[in-house]
Design a protein around this ligand. Sequence first.
Ligand SMILES: Cc1cc2nc3c(=O)[nH]c(=O)nc-3n(C[C@H](O)[C@H](O)[C@H](O)COP(=O)(O)O)c2cc1C
Ligand code: SF4
Length: 458
Amino acid sequence: MTRFAEQRSAVRPRRVTIAQWPGIRAPRLLRAGTETETLAGYHATLPGPVRARVSLEELAAAAEAIDLRGRGGAGFPFARKLRAVAEHAETGGPANVVANGEEGEPASAKDRFLLATRPHLVLDGLLLTADALGAARAVLYVSEPRLAGIAAAALAENGHAGRVEVFLAPAGYVSGEETSVTRALNGGPAKPVDKPPRPYQSGVDGRPTLVSNVETFAHLARAVRLGPNLIAWDGAPGSPGTTLVTVTPDVGGATLLEVPFGTPMRDVLGHAGVGAPRALLSGGFFGGFVPQESWAAPIGHRLMREARLSLGCAALLPLTESCPVATAADLLAYFDRENAHQCGACFNGTAAMARAVARLRDGEAADKDVEALARWSTSLVGRGACGTLDGAAGIVAGLLGVYGTLVREHLAGVCPLCAGDPHDPAETRFRITWGDLFEEGEPLTRLSRLRRTHESAR
Ligand SMILES: Cc1cc2nc3c(=O)[nH]c(=O)nc-3n(C[C@H](O)[C@H](O)[C@H](O)COP(=O)(O)O)c2cc1C
Ligand code: SF4
């Protein structure tokens, strides 16, 4: 066993605790147990009989009433996307709808857990949308075979196996980007393409395509089934309801919570048992370092934007033992490995930033490295086909902006934290595996309408 493998096995498995936030008043989105909810169990959570269909206007109104914003990262208003797809479908033929359950973000566990435990809730949101749009195809896009099996079993149970396709994509950081999704569904590799056109204009089969995250569809189904008033029992003024948050520290277990909008980030960290970390990143690998004076910022898309922060996919990454410089090196190495190697600025720029920050971590950097990093952190922004390069540049900008003093100290030599860092450079310290969430060895359900993309397409 290598030194790194020994150290990694010492911190594995990284179990994920499902924590219940106190005081949520509406029926919860997050179930405590790891078993899969049955259709009867799902219906039992609803206050009335389930209407099979709602109109497009009713669906948009329900989404607007709870200010439903995408949970996949960008926080885009769902009703606006729905209307844009419907508008393009008037001329571009019937629309298609895709529920994005890829969860490429290593530090996030919410989508996989939600889909594994509440497949009927997610499928309800997907079916409501597909029917309201009169969609030609409704697709669930995942990369975890066990999730595909769970979804196929749920579809056999609810009688919609002929309506919803389950698509098994290759796993990867960029596989869940919306144009990767539509490209993979069109038979290509799961890699981003230049925009426009965006999927709402032309996506799967060249048709207007609504791609939304699986948690977004779950909140949509709740808005329709429970009603916006019940959802507004929780949350903040202008930001009703709750959202799923994964707290993934650099070492130790992670925590998955459902949190009312408006809850201070610091309280969420405290509830997850990491009340006083050394540093914090919000919004997953994309979001960047949060200055300490902003740790009390309220969770929410609009609320965090006001504080110049990003909720992203709602993964919070507190550092309890690691140095921010070593962490930035870890994330940049990850971006270097995981970018789609399509855009020169992205693969060359990310590799250069990763090398420079690794030199900084190892006490081998010179002033010119830091000057180059400062230049790249702005000049590379917007130069890739997808946002991955912006994410990498944002990590560098945050490191220099929030931890400028620490960076200067690293120029003077190796810091004790980095020297003792037990991290395996070939894998990010923040990854949550399926085995961290569920016991390994569960049998795969036989799939009905499952298609598998060719791994070589990656
Ligand atoms: C590099 C990259 C990776 C992404 N990965 C995912 C992903 O794994 N899952 C996801 O739902 N959205 C992902 N997104 C966001 C999608 O592009 C898209 O915005 C989202 O699925 C739309 O759903 P929403 O509006 O419900 O958030 C990614 C975006 C980028 C730029
Ligand atoms: S920006 Fe990077 S990750 Fe995105 S498509 Fe281009 S090379 Fe791939």
